[in-house]
Design a protein around this ligand. Sequence first.
Ligand code: ZN
Length: 359
Amino acid sequence: MPYLGGMSWDEVLGHKREIEKLRSGSAAGRLAHAYAFVGPAGIGKQRFAFEFAACLLCDRHVDADLDSCGECSSCVQVTAGTHPDLLTVALPEGKSELPIRLFVGDRETRGKEGLCHDVSLKPMSARRRVAIIDDAEMMNEESSNALLKTLEEPPPDSVLILIATSADALLPTIRSRCQVITFQPLAAADVQRLLLQQGLTNDEREAKQIAVLCDGSLDAARQLLDPQLRAVRDELYELLAAEPFRSVQTAQRMIECLEPAGSEKSSQREYAGWVVKFCVEFFRRALLAAAGAPAGTSAEIPQVRAFLQRWSEPAHETLDRLADLVERSLAAEGQLAANTAIPLCLESFFDDVGKALRS
Ligand SMILES: [Zn+2]
């Protein structure tokens, strides 16, 4: 797992409700043996889990505080990633599942190694052992079963923290043995701050634009900083603003744009997802502008202004039409997520956009 920097709740952006939920449980003496932290990727669940672990291990604070001092040897070790009572597993680089050896050791050492074994040992220096299982939805059946045994009979003085993108991605038998904490996406203002703070961009305007688009996920924001993807967005905006709108060419061009995303279907699908998301954003901004959003707001984009000039009809019809376009774009997003063939999905989507614009 990556080095996550200094520890303290102050460094965890957002998620105040989740902190309070854990703190009140902890103050009432109701710490669970296992937690499942669930929510979209890139919103800081991992960093949150490490801070939670630091609180559970800190030498100077009791559980009821749910706080870490940042200075005791325990806190220093958590920050450095060397605490002997903090165990972690995550998806190995380039792998698509969490292998069983991470939980119970290799065939030769089965049951004598791995997270499930280690967490059952007496704590070395802290008052308990804490295990963080990142990418928990990537456990294969064997791994899940191994972990399930531990969850069924949790070792005393242990807390397990599973991190996953959704509760549904975990086996029901596993989920039911965890206290599920659902994380909300980050607020746009928090993403903007993070982008600037982490030096992912120095351009405040760019940070703001991306923060609006990324649905509260820092991962998505990072993708959006990819110059290739930004170029696709700019080209798409030009195509959408063109009068007349050419649906066949637009679809073709967007399908061509997927190629640099590689031959892997999943990354092409991700890219196609962005194309449709950009359309949602474009039509939403047009709708805002047509509804009279004040100048200088995010609705102010030259291509959106150009796009709106095609209508001279009464405003309410324009609004209806734009609302339909937003809805159709959202439907396309759903189709892509549901594994519809990518070219087919984009062709039929842009065909519908063309029809809506001509009618
Ligand atoms: Zn401490």
